[in-house]
Design a protein around this ligand. Structure first.
Ligand code: 8Y4
Length: 289
């Protein structure tokens, strides 16, 4: 058992947990913006999708209102608040699940915390002014993701001497900064940031070397679902990347990843369970066979 507190809920991170992606961005290309009518969030549709993911076995729902795909346009603070907070509030009230808020804005972090969020997922690793203080104010855990550059330009020319060394040393520095500011290390989760300022080669090298990235033994969160590294290796469009995504799930579970951030929850949960059964050499259900 490795119990980890997410606000008022606790998850055992010695078993890989599945985080379902709930985009509340009108331009989110993976669902074609279909969760929206007239660019306005249809709350009931969003909540129904969250309920489905939880029924499929997600223990965390990641709610995000800012598109961080390369070249996406910035979202104003007001817009992000209007999109994200109502969703955080309703899931918190209606569904038994950890709500993760995908944001870099201190204001959103603080308000989401008040509404019952259980995790701050920041692709900028609390790099914005006031973000570390905001996390302290919420008392919540935070996921620190590595990114080279900024979303606008990160894929222009990613370069590393050694991507493993650079991501590892980034984690060490950021953990030290968070600790110095008063965030206990045991509240941090690390994420190498697949696709965030990395070539396919960099992404494959990270995927093949997850264990050494778990600096100080902290939990790892992995987000590869439908990403372009899979598209490039397999030559598949974004809606044809399920099998490739699931291969990275099995590989990540084998290397001890604690949380998988995915679009396809049901299929991912099966791969997680099957991989863990092999790792433990035990069956987890009682249906025989
Ligand atoms: C298809 C669908 C292709 C989505 C690409 C994408 C991560 C993350 C994102 C991640 C953590 C994305 C918010 C990018 N990726 N947070 N967020 N880790 N912690 N692109 O890897 O999903 S958004």
């Amino acid at each position: 058992m490795r119990n980890f507190e997410f606000g008022k809920r606790v998850l055992d991170l010695s078993e890989t947990q599945v985080m379902g992606i709930l985009n509340v961005t009108p331009d989110s290309f993976s669902d074609g913006g279909s969760l929206y009518a007239n660019s306005k969030v249809d709350l009931d549709t969003v909540i129904a999708k969250a309920e489905m993911m939880v029924a499929d076995g997600a223990s965390i729902i990641d709610v995000g209102g800012e598109s961080t795909r390369p070249g996406a346009k910035a979202v104003s603070l007001g817009e992000e608040i209007d999109r994200v907070l109502p969703v955080v509030e309703r899931i918190g009230r209606e569904i038994d699940v950890v709500v993760s808020v995908d944001t870099s804005s201190p204001e959103v972090m603080v308000e989401a915390g008040k509404l019952g969020a259980g995790l701050i997922n920041d692709v900028r690793a609390l790099g914005r002014e006031g973000a570390i203080e905001a996390v302290i104010e919420t008392g919540l855990p935070a996921c620190l993701m590595h990114m080279q550059g900024s979303p606008a330009s990160m894929q222009e020319n990613p370069e590393y001497d050694d991507v493993l060394d650079e991501v590892t040393s980034f984690f060490k520095h950021r953990i030290a900064q968070c600790e110095a500011a008063g965030i206990n290390k045991n509240r941090l989760i690390l994420d190498p940031g697949f696709g965030f300022g990395k070539t396919v080669g960099h992404n494959l090298r990270l995927m093949n070397n997850l264990r050494p990235l778990a600096v100080s033994g902290l939990p790892l969160l992995i987000g590869t679902s439908r990403k372009s590294m899979i598209g490039t290796v397999l030559g598949r469009s974004v809606d044809q990347r399920l099998a490739g995504s699931l291969a990275t799930v099995a590989l990540s579970v084998m290397q001890g990843a604690s949380i998988m951030r995915v679009h396809d929850v049901k299929e991912t949960v099966d791969v997680v369970r099957m991989t863990q059964a092999v790792m433990m050499e035990t069956i987890e259900n009682n249906e025989g066979g």
